[in-house]
Design a protein around this ligand. Structure first.
Ligand code: HEM
Length: 335
């Protein structure tokens, strides 16, 4: 997982992610033209599915079949291409096949393991990332000042003549604060599990060796002892120069070093997709805010009720009405 989701691997596929994002913008522009309501959750889910599959195996290699048959087909195609020296750039499948064929590797990876890994990737990544994106947009719609501040930041830093790029993200501190604050209030994996390796005590409670414990990130993220106005959406709390309640510098906030805020878990079992997830969250939200105004269906405020499900999704699908604020075809051509 660490190898297939390494920074280098993520970087290698930046162009394909960008192409997927442009497709999303074109789809959303259609809603803007027709005036139809857009169920953004469905579109975000499709985006993440496409991002993972383009990084997982070459596009166009997806036959319509069940998951098992689909994976068998992709594996054999890769094996033939590798044998014939036809692979142009190593995707995740190439890396896993290389490991599985390496007789000297300590890790004995079978074909079933590879299928399991991809299943894990799909189940774990598309839902969590698209749920987080929906919450981010919903929070912004309910906080017009924050939305305006973000739009102003993007307009000033990037402008309206070219599409925001991954390389702009370091220059968009408010965007990063919005994503952090979204993951604080809406951690898309709110429970993290560990096994105690030795007898220990937490807050005076004895925990026997081998006990399974669940760490409730949802609760720590809203702990009033740590967070001022804990239930409020206030991205400013994550800005470097603001009074940062958890006392961490901007770039360290996501790394799991401070137990008050660990949106991606931490340690060896921490989320291996954190870098991919944060770059997808940043760039997609930035592009949606740069290219469109967003209106809510019917009510003035989005209903923020939480639904059932492991990733704590929104109870009601977020249906909104995008209105283009740039000339999308020009912007996409320039990029
Ligand atoms: C907003 C998006 C995401 C959030 C909030 C999130 C959060 C988490 C958290 C909290 C864990 C448990 C960490 C721990 O136990 O310490 C986890 C595990 C995991 N995540 Fe993510 N994740 C996200 C997106 C992704 C993406 C995009 C991928 C893959 C492309 C991914 C792959 C995984 C995998 C494979 C594990 C299991 C790691 C293991 O058990 O060793 N996640 N994630």
């Amino acid at each position: 997982m660490t190898e297939i989701l390494s920074n280098q691997q993520i970087h290698r596929f930046a162009d394909l992610r960008k192409a997927e994002m442009m497709n999303l913008l074109k789809v959303i522009a259609k809603y803007s033209e027709t005036g139809e309501g857009c169920d953004v959750g469905l579109e975000f889910m499709a985006l993440m599915d496409n991002v993972i599959s383009t990084m997982g195996w070459k596009k166009g290699e997806i036959p319509s079949a069940g998951f098992d048959a689909l994976m068998d087909g992709i594996i054999s195609k890769h094996e033939i291409d590798i044998r014939d020296g036809k692979r142009e750039r190593m995707d995740m499948m190439d890396i896993l096949l290389r490991i599985s064929e390496d007789k000297t590797s300590d890790l004995k990876l079978t074909k079933a393991d590879i299928k399991g890994l991809f299943l894990d990737l799909f189940l774990g990544s598309t839902e969590e990332t698209s749920v987080a994106l929906q919450w981010a947009l919903a929070e912004l719609l309910n906080h017009p000042k924050a939305l305006k501040k973000l739009q102003d930041e993007i307009d000033t830093t990037v402008g309206l003549k070219r599409l925001v790029e991954e390389s702009d993200i370091p220059n968009l501190p408010y965007l990063r604060a919005v994503i952090k604050e979204t993951l604080r209030l809406h951690p898309s994996l709110p429970l993290v599990f560990r096994k105690c390796r030795e007898d220990s005590k937490i807050n005076g409670f004895p925990i026997a060796k081998n006990s399974r414990i669940a760490i409730n990130l949802y609760a720590t993220n809203r702990d009033p002892k740590v967070w001022e106005d804990a239930a409020e959406f206030e991205p400013e709390r994550f800005l470097i120069n603001a009074i940062n309640t958890i006392g961490l510098a901007d770039e360290e906030d996501m790394k799991g070093q401070n137990f008050s805020y660990v949106p991606f878990g931490g340690g060896r079992r921490g989320c291996p997709g954190a870098n991919l997830a944060t770059s997808a969250l940043h760039i997609t939200l930035a592009a949606l805010i740069q290219c469109f105004h967003w209106k809510i269906k019917g009510a003035e405020k989005v209903n923020m009720e939480e639904g059932a499900g492991f990733s704590v999704p929104m109870a009601h699908p977020l249906v909104c009405y995008p209105i283009s604020r740039v000339n999308l075809s020009d912007i996409l051509l320039i990029n």
